[in-house]
Design a protein. Sequence first.
Length: 335
Amino acid sequence: MSKLKKALIITAAVIGILVLMAGIVAGSCALFGMAVEDDFIFVAYDGSKGGDRIHFLDVGNSDAILLESDGRFALVDCGEDNDNPRGFSSLDLQGYEDRVVDYLNAYCADEDGQIYLEFIIGTHAHSDHLGGFDTVLSQDNVHLERAYLKRYYEDRIKSSEVEGWDNKEVYEQTLAAVEAQGAELIQDLEDVSFTFGNFQITLFNGQEADPDDKVGENENSLGVMVEKDGYRVFLAGDLNNFDGDEKRLAPEIGKVDVLKLGHHGYLGSSTLGYIRTLDPDLAIQTNDNPANLSVQVVVTMINMTPIYQTAEHEGIILDLGDVDNIKLYDRVHFS
């Protein structure tokens, strides 16, 4: 039997087992009344502003997360953009930079229409995370104090990404936008932790890429912990376990209350040991497609953690004003 045929048989068997597990667990949940989705109640956004909040913007299959605390604002990633500098058909994607700009103007602008971002964090050099930054930072009314941006080394990235993606271009565009703002650029990211309003922000996976090991840029993704009064929210960027990152980082991260799923809930992320260690009460998926079956099995069916998609809820605001009474807002629209 050829190696390819063996691999196909093994893959089919694994998928079959996962489907069977999903059916068994889902049936058990229905039989015993364990309705995971009933644990949290969403309230339609009422237009209120202020407080301590994390805004997960509806930007399709990309990340744009606004942090708000004590009247201060910051951005973790900025969504996919419309740029396609190398003209690849695979990168002819819908951009959301204008949606991010509109959101900031509607929510963050002061009485003079000015927007002050204390910092931005670019988790890694993929356009669905950095893409919108150059547009946002080019706005006349946007002012940036500092930027946390992991260094991108093209000679340490798999050739498939170097040749077929626009990592280098989007990274350099972001660097140029930060420089044009005159903001402080911070790229030494190991052991970085700082206060932001009432939040404590801690960066994970901040070490430099290994010069002797070519990986995908997702394996270089930062993770961002946001803490308030013992309540812990982990924004996992595009972390996954293809390079063992979830296994390595899980003990460092520890138990969390809320998890932004790594890599949009795709295959290879949210592995069993990682999820069992973090044990989130709820998970947010920045995607408009359901999470991969393996992720659903591990997160929702084994760990009994509900997953909420940003697109399905048209944006999600996690209100941390009172950590003993967490509120979730969705249908986040501005007139």
